[in-house]
Design a protein around this ligand. Structure first.
Ligand code: NI
Length: 192
């Protein structure tokens, strides 16, 4: 795997998410990348470059933030790199498989896709998941209660939707943390 492609991807992500404060930002991309690299360590046969680039670029065409079609941002970055057309297609199809809303209940077919999806979902739970939920809710005018509802609609379901054994293990810890948070929140806001 070429370090220079990875460094260019990091620079591209920093530029793309500059000033974004809703939890889809460079920090998120870097954590998903770090999670994905860790998970990939358990699967020596997977393509580490595809995992790394898909993780870093997985939100650069997110429809919540960008009005691009057909992964235009990811493609424009990748086409400027020394990387085959076949690999670009693989990366774009993994990015499309990772999205929660588009793929409810469907699992990516490739191990690389499974890893990146797990890495993204791990960053949606635990302490960082709580912080990101309220940051996103605030930016989109949601009340605290509406953001809390998102825990039931999405976050508390993720533990059972992990693809890999190691992600499942990590998810249990983060899941218990958010369960405790929700309980405490309910107790503190119960005015009866
Ligand atoms: Ni993401």
């Amino acid at each position: 795997m070429s370090d220079s492609i990875i460094n260019s991807a990091i620079a591209y992500v920093e530029k793309t998410f500059y000033n974004n404060a809703d939890g889809h930002d460079t920090g998120h991309a870097m954590r998903v990348y770090a999670n994905a690299v860790k998970l990939a360590g358990y699967y020596p046969d997977c393509d580490a470059e595809i995992v790394a680039l898909s993780a870093l670029l997985h939100d650069v065409d997110d429809h919540k933030l960008f009005k691009t079609e057909n992964n235009a941002n990811a493609r424009s970055f990748l086409e400027g790199q020394n990387i085959s057309a076949a690999k670009i297609e693989q990366i774009c199809s993994i990015i499309n498989e990772v999205s929660f809303s588009k793929n409810r209940g469907r699992r990516p077919e490739s191990i690389e896709g499974k890893i990146v999806q797990d890495a993204d979902r791990l960053d949606a739970i635990g302490a960082v998941g709580i912080a990101r939920t309220f940051a996103y809710g605030g930016k989109n005018g949601r009340s605290l209660e509406d953001s809390l509802q998102h825990f039931y609609d999405k976050l508390l379901l993720l533990k059972d939707e992990m693809n890999t054994e190691e992600a499942r293990r990590l998810a249990i810890v983060r899941h218990e943390y958010i369960e405790g948070f929700v309980e405490e929140y309910k107790a503190e806001t119960d005015l009866s």
